[in-house]
Design a protein around this ligand. Structure first.
Ligand SMILES: *[C@@H]1O[C@H](CO)[C@@H](O)[C@H](O)[C@H]1NC(C)=O
Ligand SMILES: *[C@@H]1O[C@H](CO)[C@@H](O)[C@H](O)[C@H]1NC(C)=O
Ligand SMILES: *[C@@H]1O[C@H](CO)[C@@H](O)[C@H](O)[C@H]1NC(C)=O
Length: 391
């Protein structure tokens, strides 16, 4: 073969496989961006041509950071007895970072239907660490945590589909790693709902990064990603808002910490109705465990539980994990058909490999005093971004 043609062919192949790094995202073309794997940002209509009144309302409850017994007890109490219209128990999504996490509890939560997602290994401060982190640092933090979850909580790699950036500090390098590592979605980009006078147009639906995002870049530290990442979804992190529609906080625990049970029930009800009464975009109850420790003792748990029971009573509201919401975006079902939608059925998963009394409690003194509980044998070293298996 003519060497010049061969060179051109090799370049064409390389160009194809690396195109995500090279290709600047273009404005979305709705003729080309088609379901199931592409959706334009800024399209506020329910997917699949559904009218809002025929669209099941989804609620996505998520908890960030390390998983410990006292936190998991709050999460289980929150969902206790709350069911979806198909009678499956309501559960949430855990964005897990490594230090102090009890991997036996993660394995147990996964077996009971919770979704486990990635929140980096170290979650370290300051936020500029993430802002300036290069591709390698992000790769070790993101892939490292997925490996740790696989190894010490026995999760299949492909069960770990989602990611949230520490401090919501999303960057281009982060999206590059998520794309390359074949994650399904990110949930790091804060958004305030825009209201159009008396008739709210409602928040943004999840969308993909095939084309340029229309979501507003929140700060100069968080420039919008410029590249194209075909098939990678963003679930906008819709902020909790005050009654005048000004932002209260990105996460529930950042909003009104001293509020009592009636104050918090009102906040949740009002914010939920910004979605339910408009275009039925997913309503996120996104929080750190500190939410449960704020305010008069027990009040925040009481308010959130009361709210979920209210949502359950409406009959067309589903409390789902983040990837179940994406499953529906890819294959939208009406309220009528949702009850038999396979991804929304109760998952059947193996029980944890051990119990709380037979789990290994691994103790380390380097890099500092850490305990790690797992059904797996204790690794020699405390796992880290560059040594996730602890070899
Ligand atoms: C987790 O532990 C690592 C290693 O000691 C440390 O660098 C990091 O700052 C810790 N993260 C948090 C959130 O404490
Ligand atoms: C990425 O950043 C880390 C930490 O600052 C540094 O050690 C490493 O050399 C950098 N890698 C590249 C490829 O620039
Ligand atoms: C809850 O807090 C609000 C606002 O501070 C107050 O008006 C209300 O009386 C409180 N409710 C109870 C039951 O304490």
């Amino acid at each position: 073969m003519n060497p010049r043609i061969l060179t051109l062919m090799v370049l064409a192949v390389l160009g194809g496989s690396l195109s995500y790094c090279n290709e600047i995202a273009k404005p979305c073309d709705p003729e080309k961006c088609l379901p199931p794997n592409c959706r334009c940002s800024g399209d506020n209509r329910p997917p699949g041509g559904l009218m809002p009144k025929n669209t099941p309302q989804t609620i996505l409850v998520s908890f960030d950071d390390d998983v410990e017994k006292q936190y998991m007890d709050f999460y289980d109490q929150l969902f206790d007895g709350v069911r979806n219209p198909n009678n499956c128990p309501a559960v949430g999504t855990l964005f897990v970072s490594h230090n102090y996490t009890n991997y036996y509890l993660v394995e147990d939560a996964y077996s009971r239907g919770y979704e486990i997602a990635d929140h980096t290994v170290t979650h370290q401060e300051p936020t500029t660490y993430w802002e300036y982190a290069n591709f390698t640092v992000w790769k070790n933090e993101i892939r490292g945590q997925r490996e740790i979850l696989h190894r010490f909580a026995n999760l299949p790699y492909d069960a770990i589909k989602g990611f949230r950036a520490p401090f919501l500090m999303f960057t281009e390098n982060m999206y590059k790693v998520l794309f390359e590592a074949k994650f399904t979605y990110d949930l790091s980009w804060p958004l305030n709902i825009k209201f159009n006078g008396e008739s709210p147009i409602g928040p943004m639906y999840p969308y993909t990064f095939d084309y340029i995002s229309k979501q507003i870049c929140p700060t100069v530290e968080e420039p919008c990603p410029k590249m194209s990442y075909p098939g990678l979804w963003e679930i906008p992190n819709v902020n909790i808002m005050n009654s005048d529609h000004s932002p209260c906080a990105s996460m529930m625990d950042g909003c009104n910490p001293s509020g009592n049970a009636s104050v918090w029930y009102e906040i949740l009800l009002r914010n939920f109705h910004y979605h339910y009464d408009t275009n039925r975009t997913p309503f996120g109850m996104l929080m750190h465990p500190s939410y449960f420790y704020h305010g008069p003792a027990g009040d925040h748990l009481k308010a959130a539980r009361k709210f979920l029971k209210y949502a359950e009573s409406l009959g067309d509201v589903w409390i789902l994990t983040a990837s179940q919401v994406i499953d529906w975006m890819q294959d939208p079902q009406s309220i009528e058909k949702a009850k038999s939608f396979p991804p929304w059925q109760c998952p059947s998963r193996p029980p944890p490999r051990c119990s709380s009394s037979t789990a290994n409690s691994c103790h380390y003194t380097e890099p500092r005093d850490f305990y790690m509980t797992t059904c797996t044998e204790c690794p020699k070293h405390f796992p880290s971004p560059t040594d996730p298996d602890g070899n």
